[in-house]
Design a binder for this molecule. Structure first.
Ligand SMILES: O=P(O)(O)OC[C@H]1O[C@](O)(COP(=O)(O)O)[C@@H](O)[C@@H]1O
Ligand SMILES: [Mg+2]
Ligand SMILES: [Mg+2]
Length: 330
């Protein structure tokens, strides 16, 4: 089986990006060790700090953020970084060619119940000149690489450098990420959806109607039964969609009018959208393709609807968007 380095070489990924991706992979191996030690290492539970979004930080949010920050600072290829757990962008190396945005621990509410968590990352080209927040505000389409590492029963990485989506599995013996799927493909049709149903009464009308029709199953307009899954960690839910198809949605809601969206564009939605598109799926807010959004802030939040192409199109048709002219529709 090919190693990560061998696969990146076969994809003709340039040396600086390869080095950076290997740094991210190495750091994720160390995070995997910290996560696996759990209570034995005293890493579970919360801190008494909040991040910029007003969320209480878990100990592992802080530990994993520091691990990534330290290794990316030591990697000469990084110009700057932005993290869910950092209020502001961090300047790294004046000569670095890349910007890295990351969610060091996604699904962190799962950590205390020994359930799925992961790390999500997005790599953008660093523009010339002074580094500031503006340097990062590039549409997701500009990402040169994106991926996540899932700390599950096995540690897996999903990665794209714009040449399809690949899965790697961490070999516990050699400590190498080995290529286990070179061409991940999301089935265009599905009978499985993932959404936090407890927010139902707060959604907009289009998503209310769409989900209601899925729940009606064989007696509704879809004339088929749909199954529901919710891991409460985007990495886990998107991984399932990449493995066996499905639709994942965290739509707009009015539960807290100051925060109409949950997921963050730069280090959750964009990297997942690129992985999904590169695997033949689609990713939208309901009104706009995620990868085409022009960001306005590093911690900006968005609505997310992604997964099996035909099912995402069906969901978008409830939002009054007709995709019948698009080539992906039969
Ligand atoms: O609490 P909810 O509504 O189930 O939300 C779960 C969502 O929140 C997140 O956990 C947010 O990520 P963080 O844990 O990085 O803040 C997503 O991974 C997941 O999809
Ligand atoms: Mg997250
Ligand atoms: Mg997080």
């Amino acid at each position: 089986m090919q190693t990560l380095a061998q696969t990146l070489s076969a994809q003709a990924v340039n040396i600086s990006l390869t080095q950076l991706l290997l740094t991210l992979a190495d750091t994720s191996k160390a995070i995997s060790v910290a996560v696996r030690h759990g209570a034995l290492a005293g890493v579970l539970g919360a801190t008494d700090q909040e991040n910029v979004q007003g969320e209480t930080q878990k100990k592992l949010d802080v530990i994993t953020n520091d691990m990534l920050k330290d290794t990316l600072k030591a990697d000469g290829n990084v110009r700057g970084l932005a993290s869910e757990e950092e209020d502001y962008v961090v300047e790294v190396n004046a000569k670095g060619e890349y910007l890295v945005c990351f969610d060091p621990l996604d699904g962190s509410s799962n950590i205390d119940i020994n359930s799925l968590v992961g790390t999500i990352f997005s790599v953008l080209p660093a523009p010339a000149g002074e580094l500031n927040e503006q340097s990062f505000l590039q549409a997701g389409r500009k990402q040169v690489a994106a991926g996540y590492v899932l700390y599950g029963p096995s540690t897996m990485m999903a990665l794209t450098t714009g040449k399809g989506t690949q899965f790697y599995t961490l070999d516990p013996n050699s400590q190498e990420f080995l290529l286990t799927d070179n061409n991940v493909q999301i089935t265009p049709d599905t009978a499985e959806f993932a959404i936090n149903m407890s927010n139902q009464r707060f959604w907009e009308a289009p998503i209310q109607t769409y989900i209601a029709d899925l729940l009606l199953g064989t007696i509704g307009p879809r004339e088929q039964s749909f199954n529901m899954r919710w891991i409460a960690a985007m990495v886990g839910d998107v991984h399932r969609v990449l493995c066996r198809g499905g639709i994942f949605a965290y739509p707009t809601d009015n539960k807290n009018p100051e925060k109409p969206f949950k997921l963050r564009l730069m280090y959750e939605a964009n990297p997942m959208a690129l992985l999904v598109e590169q695997a033949g799926g689609k990713a939208s807010t309901g009104y706009e393709t995620i990868l085409d959004i022009q960001p306005t802030a590093i911690h900006q939040r968005v609505a997310v609807i992604l997964g099996s192409a035909n099912e995402v199109d069906t969901c978008l048709s409830y939002h009054g968007i007709d995709y019948s002219e698009e080539p992906s529709i039969d």
